[in-house]
Design a protein around this ligand. Structure first.
Ligand code: HAM
Length: 440
């Protein structure tokens, strides 16, 4: 007896998002799961990134999620917020202090030098798409675990690479069709001219400190450049009148910055010079920049030149420039501008079985279909024909391949057109051919 196909198997898929249930444990504070729907955004961003890095000749790099904490203390900097407040540190059984990486730059530089690649690839262009950890107070666009996509160009002090790094960020975001991208750029000079500037800055702020916030008072003695980074209302009038870095650049830094801007003009990348932009990491020199999207109150990405980082970490003298963007923030921007994610991969064929023998036989049929490059969905955990067909319907499959005991015995399979409901029996040896023909 051939199997009877129930007619009334249509039950539309639930429209609303499934509600989460209570479980004894939740995701750690400030961290989130990445569910299949999130990956439709993530994969789209990765695809855009891969296209751009291919054009620009960046190669992928990954470093361990943990590093010796001192690489960040020395590199990212003791006065940076990241090191002062945001590192997840772990003491190993051997007594070493490791840190879950809060950023990629020092680790990438370490890997480049440690591997010996610095002798054979110079300049080297790396990119990454990696998870990072910062012990932040979680808020909109700010997580304790997040992904960054980033670029590092190591081994050259050429201004053209500053412009190319900005362009790589700009183009990756642009590839996603995000609009209203704003690049803010500044130069904070080299060791020499910055020292003169910082002196001026301190002179300027000296008699204003009593009217300024607690953090600024701390910055004044620890890292005066970051006085310009203050967001406190009461510090804003002082910030607006503060001396500007650009007025104190030495001839070489001035020339470097001029070239960066000329190259950006050449690549038609719109930018705004922001003399208060200093960035919150200690290793920057010369060019610094951040990328924003209109309507979002946080930066999508940021970066700059870091010509002294290698030496600070005990490595060779090596100029470098790089940038990174927060992937979750890019997703936020995509949602804000209603840019669709990738579309869920549709399995156009659904395999339905009836009985143990058919279930077993289905496995070799599936393998044959997979070998022919045909994606097939199944529901082996459901025994009833009705619920399997309902699922095929929900998945919007075009074809259902139905196998019962009788079909196994006769070496055939039923091919059902899910749209019209018509079906026919096809010899098993012809099934790949038949499915391909129908899907064409
Ligand atoms: P950063 O500005 O600290 O720079 O981070 C770059 C981007 O990562 C930010 O603009 C933001 O989009 C994202 N991001 C940072 N913290 C969080 C967070 N808690 N949650 C979500 N997204 C976040 C760096 O990390 C440098 N390593 C960039 C660089 C590369 N400079 C030179 N090379």
């Amino acid at each position: 007896m051939p199997i009877k196909i129930p007619r009334a198997h249509k039950k539309s898929a639930p429209k609303s998002k499934p509600k989460g249930r209570k479980f004894a444990f939740q995701t750690p504070k400030g961290m989130h799961d990445m569910l299949p729907a999130d990956f439709l955004f993530f994969d789209k961003i990765e695809k855009a990134l891969k296209k751009i890095v291919c054009y620009y000749g960046f190669e992928r790099i990954e470093t361990p999620i943990m590093e010796d904490a001192r690489i960040f203390e020395r590199g990212t900097g003791m006065t940076s917020e990241i090191v002062q407040k945001q590192m997840f540190t772990v003491k190993t059984r051997g007594g070493e202090v490791m840190a879950l990486r809060p950023e990629m730059t020092p680790g990438v530089l370490r890997a480049y030098v440690e591997s010996g690649l610095s002798h054979v690839m110079s300049p080297a262009k790396f990119y990454y798409l990696s998870p990072l950890f910062r012990y932040e107070q979680p808020q909109h666009g700010r997580f304790r675990q997040f992904y960054q996509l980033g670029f590092e160009i190591l081994g050259s002090d050429e201004a053209v690479y500053d412009a190319q790094t900005i362009s790589a960020v700009y183009r990756t975001i642009g590839e996603l069709k995000l609009k209203n991208i704003m690049v803010r750029v500044n130069s904070i000079g080299c060791k020499t001219c910055r020292a003169t500037y910082v002196k001026k800055l301190k002179e300027y702020y000296k008699n204003k400190l009593s009217k300024m916030c607690k953090d600024c008072n701390k910055r004044y003695s620890e890292n005066p450049l970051r006085l310009l980074d203050c967001k406190e209302e009461k510090c804003q009038p002082f910030k607006a009148q503060a001396p500007q870095t650009l007025d104190y650049l030495c001839t070489a830094c001035k020339h470097h910055f001029k070239l960066v801007l000329e190259y950006l003009d050449e690549m038609k990348i719109p930018y705004l010079i922001d003399s208060t932009l200093v960035r919150g990491l200690d290793y920057y020199s010369r060019t610094v920049f951040e990328v924003f999207i209109e309507g979002l109150d946080f930066a999508l990405g940021g970066g700059g030149r870091y010509d002294y980082l290698s030496e600070t970490l005990g490595g060779p003298r090596m100029a470098a420039v790089g940038a990174a963007c927060g992937v979750e923030r890019i997703v936020e921007a995509m949602k804000l501008q209603q840019i669709p994610s990738l579309v869920k991969n549709k399995n156009r064929v659904f395999l339905v079985y009836m009985g143990d023998q058919a279930k077993k036989k289905s496995l070799s049929i599936l393998e044959n279909l997979y070998d022919a490059g045909i994606c097939v969905k199944e529901a082996f955990s459901k025994d009833s024909l009705k619920s399997q067909l309902r699922m095929a319907d929900r998945e919007k499959a075009e074809l259902a391949l139905i196998l019962g005991q009788q079909e196994v015995f006769e070496d055939v399979i039923i091919v059902r057109d899910m749209q019209s409901g018509t079906q026919e029996s096809v010899p098993l040896r012809k099934i790949v051919e038949e499915v391909k023909r129908r899907l064409r």
